[in-house]
Design a protein around this ligand. Sequence first.
Ligand SMILES: Nc1ncnc2c1ncn2[C@@H]1O[C@H](COP(=O)(O)OP(=O)(O)OP(=O)(O)O)[C@@H](O)[C@H]1O
Ligand SMILES: [Mg+2]
Length: 274
Amino acid sequence: MRDMRLSAESVTKTFGKTNRLAGKSTAVRAVDSASVHVEPGDFVAIVGESGSGKSTLARMLLGLIPADSGVVQLDGVPISAMNRRQRQQYRAAVQCVLQDPSGSLNPRKTVRTSLAEVIRFHGIAQGREAVEQKAIETLSLVGLKPETTYLDRYPHELSGGQRQRVLIARAIVPNPRIIIADEAVSALDVSVKSGILKLMNDLRVRLGIGYILITHDLPVVKKVADYVYVIKSGQVVEEGPTAQIFADPQHEYTKTLLAAAPDLDLVLADRFGE
Ligand SMILES: Nc1ncnc2c1ncn2[C@@H]1O[C@H](COP(=O)(O)OP(=O)(O)OP(=O)(O)O)[C@@H](O)[C@H]1O
Ligand SMILES: [Mg+2]
């Protein structure tokens, strides 16, 4: 696997829904022939209203659920056709970071334990000292310093922003090429949010990680993404470079989304001091 391009080609996912009261079952087409792709170093955003299929698409890209039709592939190899070794590489290469309403970190595990788990799982280091060394190195990369003061803390002893950094630390342990961040910054305060986005961008520059950022937050998209997919009812209705989408949206739905967003330039000035 060389360039590690991650793509979904015309993927579709339908969920069955049974309505017992009405005594009938209906199908929800959560994702409908959607195609997206990302490469290391990219910052791609997927935007769309609630229920438009963003998380379902993310779960297919992560291989957590299979597509009904279409393919997800890494560097041209469909995940359904991967051999054991390729699957292992894919599991390391494509990571996710979810939003943390404290749910993503186990409250009973210290930072040391939750990092050691992934370090061992991916076979990155063995032996207590080597594992600890790797944990410290990773904490340093996500800006939690002095690193040793974080190792023995539990999630409740961390701020929301610090927890998000630990989640990012867990995600970067196996040296991923792509991180899928589903509403990863949505729950955070404005200043914390910009710190996390800055960290994500630093990691992109330093480690060459590519991102798919799924968010409702259009100012964030305008600030960090270089390419945007707009998704509506499971379909990609518009895509293009961020500047183009914001300056000259083509689809009615994109225009509506942009019109519903707060005054972007004011928000950006307020948040990022620009
Ligand atoms: N496991 C499931 N079983 C049944 N229906 C599902 C399941 N997961 C998602 N859906 C349905 O699929 C559609 C898309 O959901 P999805 O979670 O992908 O949307 P989303 O864009 O991530 O929304 P949000 O912005 O609120 O997170 C919705 O109608 C949802 O109810
Ligand atoms: Mg979602």
